[in-house]
Design a protein around this ligand. Structure first.
Ligand SMILES: [Zn+2]
Length: 279
């Protein structure tokens, strides 16, 4: 076959000598100019029609709610609103650390899913481990409830933790807008099971879609002194993020208004420093 002339080449690209585009689509049919005789300089283009392949739907299919053990079923206690370190209900000025029920749609409240490991693992028994975590969070740390929103057991079973409508306590200083997902086990020494990875993956995919999340992060991406979620779990986080169409990292975090010093507060702090220095 002879090489195409410049004119033939431009015609194939849809650019005639006048520079107009000649490929077009009409009522689901694609009109396309082709050359009938490629080896003739003055060949007359002929119109043929090719049925266009329908484009795939751009509407994502809803991901099914993952099978989940409700908190009551594993023995979770009613939140304690007299807890020492999560005392009473949230108020941005008088009690910013309080029990915060999001007052906006959850898609607006959340941006990031944060991945943790429990470290605690009681005899390879999920429920015994959950009860131990509950004890540690309520009694030792003084929180109103378990800090994580979801747990994933060694067999991939998902357990409900803190009510998703309530801010978690799992990533110091970065809890607002962060879903806490904890994989049961110690991944500084253990390896996650295949079923556990698949269970976590299903949960994260659903959360990402349901809450319209933008990011996934490891706990130690926010709090860099912790080993959580363990070096044996960290290599899976890129896959979790990619499969859920999330970005990996902490850039999605949006500090609540009470964490962002206003100009007035900043000025006050400066004034106070100056005042202290003077006295
Ligand atoms: Zn953690």
């Amino acid at each position: 076959m002879n090489a195409l002339s410049r004119r033939q080449f431009l015609t194939l690209l849809g650019l005639g000598c006048s520079g107009t585009v000649v490929a077009s689509s009409c009522s689901g049919l694609l009109g396309l100019l082709i050359l009938a005789q490629q080896n003739q300089e003055d060949a007359v283009p002929q119109m043929v029609t090719i049925t266009a392949t329908p484009l795939p739907s751009v509407t994502p299919q809803p991901i099914a709610y993952p099978l989940m053990i409700p908190r009551e079923a594993w023995g979770a206690l009613t939140p304690n609103h007299n807890a020492e370190n999560e005392n009473g209900f949230y108020d941005p000025t008088t009690n910013p650390e309080g029990w915060r029920v999001y007052d906006v749609p959850l898609e607006q409240a959340y941006q990031t899913v944060v991945i943790h490991h429990s470290v605690i693992m009681e005899n390879n028994d999920d429920v015994a481990t959950l009860l131990e975590i509950q004890q540690a969070h309520r009694n030792d740390r003084g929180w109103a409830d378990v800090g994580y929103h979801y747990f994933v057991g060694r067999e991939g079973i998902v357990y409900e933790g803190r009510d998703i409508r309530v801010r978690g306590t799992h990533t110091a200083g970065f809890n607002t807008g962060s879903v806490g997902v904890c994989l049961l086990g110690d991944y500084t020494s253990q390896l996650p099971t295949e079923r556990q990875i698949r269970g976590a993956e299903g949960l994260i995919n659903w959360l990402a879609q349901r809450l319209e999340l933008t990011h996934l992060a490891a706990h130690n991406m926010f709090n860099t002194t912790t080993l959580c979620p363990g070096g044996n779990l960290l290599p899976y986080l890129g896959m979790f993020a990619a499969n859920a169409n999330l970005m990996l990292g902490t850039d999605g975090y949006i500090p609540p208004p009470e964490q962002v010093p206003t100009q007035e507060q900043s000025a006050c702090r400066c004034c106070q420093c100056d005042k202290n220095a003077m006295t």
